[in-house]
Ligand binder design. Structure first.
Ligand SMILES: NC(=O)c1ccc[n+]([C@@H]2O[C@H](COP(=O)([O-])OP(=O)(O)OC[C@H]3O[C@@H](n4cnc5c(N)ncnc54)[C@H](O)[C@@H]3O)[C@@H](O)[C@H]2O)c1
Ligand SMILES: [Zn+2]
Ligand SMILES: [Zn+2]
Length: 351
């Protein structure tokens, strides 16, 4: 199939600057590449971090975005699982499928991939994107599934599930606290419920997000700006919580997690931390706790796809705003002011 020569894309122009502009359509560079026409994409908190200049590896001129769904337009001769016309989900993590880390399903550390889209190579906030190692980095979309729901499977659902719920080892009857009710914390909330915890308490500073958390299944919510969250949680448990999931990325929220974890409990850190934290080892050495960290591997994407297909998981509930491709800058404006706009995830369509 022949492609147009030019397309619209969101281009990073250095800290604080981006623009929606006309750029060349990508071409196959290696036999394992595919070119995908994007139909739905979104904006991640990480894109805002990049725009603030916090991710220096991103060079000026880079097309942003690492989430989306679309249609395969071209494949290299080394691609065997996909053909033009296939509808696909794009993983935020690129994986070769062959290196030592890929063999261990630690795709985030793939020696020829990992998180590269919209970071080290051009991303998905464009009408077309080049996907390296397409056989391992794309997923077929089952017939009849809602594309908006599937955009949530590129990054946020696997992140909340793998790094929060699975690393936190949530079990039936557990008391779980999730600190941060952004898209990632909500993704952890939705997927924690696979395991029937007794209580899931959400902590945030934004009442709007806490209200949304209640509709997604939180049994209790605490506004940590108005209340001493640690005190209230400790008063309502015998000796702390089974699992504390940190989904913000600042020292204060890590500290809350280490103050509320019970002996034998787990702290699962999802947040991207820019500063070192104080680790209360003098209190925790005796408590037999487990602390985990991690970058999403997206190795659970096939399983999450099945839960969406069966209706068990309904991630389209996270979508609060919708825009056309021409309105991309407006979508950024809304997402960057999430609290006042009551935004969780925004969808940008390219039909
Ligand atoms: N580990 C990974 O692979 C991975 C992948 C994607 C995102 N992340 C990280 O996960 C974190 C959450 O992502 P998101 O998109 O949901 O972010 P977000 O900014 O949309 O949400 C963060 C939430 O934390 C709340 N908050 C801020 N300070 C707080 C405090 N002191 N106490 C309680 N709540 C507070 C905010 O009100 C907001 O609702 C970020 O750090 C992000 O970079 C990690
Ligand atoms: Zn992301
Ligand atoms: Zn690999």
């Amino acid at each position: 199939m022949t492609l147009p020569t030019m397309m619209q894309a969101v281009v990073y122009k250095g800290p604080g600057q981006k623009s929606l502009e006309s750029v060349p359509v990508p071409a196959i560079q290696r036999p394992t590449d595919a070119i995908v026409r994007i139909t739905r994409t979104t904006i991640c908190g990480t894109d805002l971090h990049i725009l603030q200049g916090h991710v220096p590896a991103v060079e000026s001129g880079r097309i942003l975005g690492h989430e989306g769904v679309g249609v395969v337009e071209q494949v290299g001769e080394g691609v065997s699982n996909f053909k033009p016309g296939d509808r696909v989900l794009i993983s935020c993590i690129t994986s070769c499928g062959k290196c030592e880390y890929c063999k261990r399903q630690m795709y985030s550390h793939c020696e020829d991939g990992g998180w590269i889209l919209g970071h080290l190579i051009d991303g998905t906030q464009a009408q077309y994107v080049r996907i390296p190692h397409a056989d391992n980095s794309l997923y077929h979309i089952p017939e009849g599934l809602d594309e908006e729901a599937l955009v949530m499977l590129s990054d946020i659902l696997p992140t909340g599930f793998e790094i929060g719920v699975l690393y936190g080892a949530v079990k039936p009857g557990d008391v779980v606290v999730i600190v941060g009710a952004g898209p990632i914390g909500i993704a952890a909330l939705l997927t924690a419920q696979f395991y029937s915890p007794a209580r899931v308490v959400m902590v945030d500073l934004d009442d709007g997000r806490l209200e949304m958390a209640k509709t997604f299944g939180a049994t209790e919510v605490i506004n940590g700006g108005r209340e001493d969250a640690a005190k209230r949680i400790l008063e309502s448990t015998k000796d702390g919580v089974d699992v504390a999931i940190e989904a913000v990325g600042v020292p204060a929220t890590f500290d809350l997690c280490q103050r509320i974890v019970r002996p034998g409990g787990r702290i699962a850190v999802i947040g991207v931390h820019g500063k070192s934290v104080d680790f209360r080892l003098q209190e925790l050495w005796i408590r037999n706790i487990t602390l985990t960290t991690g970058l999403v591997n997206t190795n659970t994407t096939p399983m999450l796809l099945k839960t969406v297909q069966s209706g068990k998981l309904r991630p389209e509930q996270l979508v609060t705003h919708r825009f056309t491709f021409a309105q991309f800058m407006q979508a950024y404006e809304v997402f960057a002011n999430a609290a006042s706009e009551k935004a969780l995830k925004v969808i940008i369509s390219n039909d």
